[in-house]
Design a binder for this molecule. Structure first.
Ligand SMILES: [Zn+2]
Length: 315
């Protein structure tokens, strides 16, 4: 489906994301069927290359020795408009033990998540978990959370689910974290699917937004990187609705190439204000280091210290 006036062509991108999921699923299912263990690192490496040429991993050669973990900086880029949306992504897997589903984000007494969020804040992008929920072999007992004959197409897509780190507290029960991810995460493919629009996001701070561009963004249909940002924001906004009601806070001013410059400072129960955390990743054009990387240059040391590489996602 091509939207008039746009060169962003989601069909090729969606098919690429489907190939990534199918590849991940085949690996997870094969291992689960045969009682073998699989890890998030292996799934990532096996699956991501299936998305070429629309999904392109660009590892940094000069990895800094102090680099933390294997977090990848994903950039969704519309080459025609140059608008882009970034996210710092850490892979996690769900486990199924007895009747319990487990998603563990408590590594290092929560230090790993703090570090992911701190790095994301430095990079001015949201911190996101790419959660491998297993294929239908592992989830055969789950039932369909979408209340359809199981497995429905959404169940199949759930194999790779993107979940904002803000929404998952390391202090919570692992079964609850897994179920929250099933309910509020966004299937990777849905991020590239124009038939799954974010639609109207009625955020708890909606009334305080005034009549500006940010309010229109939450109301109107979006495409490309804007729509990816909106779908991630919708997930965080859904979690925010479960906290106490909106409180009047000073707006946060963001300077730079971001699409939105004045955003609500409300943080609910999150570690920081959620509007700038998520929507600060939406830019009118790529940061300089991304231009350099796309031109074949190594990134500055501070970028290589914060991530293992860039995954460039274009249409
Ligand atoms: Zn389902």
């Amino acid at each position: 489906m091509t939207l008039p006036g746009r060169t962003y062509a989601p069909k090729g991108l969606l098919e690429a994301l489907t190939r990534v999921r199918t590849q991940a699923e085949a690996h997870m299912d094969h291992h689960d069927r045969n009682g073998l263990v699989w890890s998030e690192e292996t799934v990532s490496e096996i699956a991501i290359g299936a998305g070429l040429p629309f999904v392109r991993p660009i590892p940094f050669n000069r990895r800094q020795e102090s680099a933390v973990g294997a977090d990848w900086l994903w950039w969704w880029l519309d080459r025609s408009s140059q608008e882009c949306f970034g996210m710092l992504v850490q892979a996690k897997r769900i486990k199924h033990e007895g009747k319990k589903w487990k998603l563990d984000v408590s590594h290092g007494s929560g230090e790993q998540q703090l570090s992911l969020i701190a790095s994301a804040q430095q990079l001015e992008v949201p911190a996101i978990y790419s959660v491998y929920t297993g294929g239908m072999v592992m989830r055969q007992d789950l039932g369909c959370p979408h209340r359809l004959p199981s497995p429905c197409s959404a169940c199949i897509r759930m194999a790779i689910t993107m979940m904002p780190a803000f929404s998952l507290s390391p202090a919570w029960d692992q079964d609850a974290l897994a179920k929250l991810t099933f309910a509020e995460g966004v299937a990777l493919e849905d991020l590239g699917d124009p038939l799954k629009p974010a639609a109207l996001v009625k955020d708890v701070n909606f009334r305080g937004l005034g009549d500006g561009e940010l309010r229109n963004f939450l109301i109107e249909e979006q495409t490309g990187p804007r729509e990816v940002a909106k779908k991630i924001f919708r997930s965080v906004s859904t979690r925010r609705a479960g906290h106490k009601s909106a409180v009047l806070t000073r707006p946060v001013e963001v300077a730079g190439e971001q699409v939105f410059h004045d955003m609500p400072g409300d943080k609910g129960h999150f570690p920081a204000a959620y509007y700038p955390h998520v929507l600060g990743g939406l830019r009118r054009n790529p940061p300089n280091y991304l231009r350099d990387i796309m031109a074949g240059f190594e990134p500055p040391a501070e970028i290589a210290r914060l991530s293992a590489g860039v995954v460039l996602i274009t249409s």
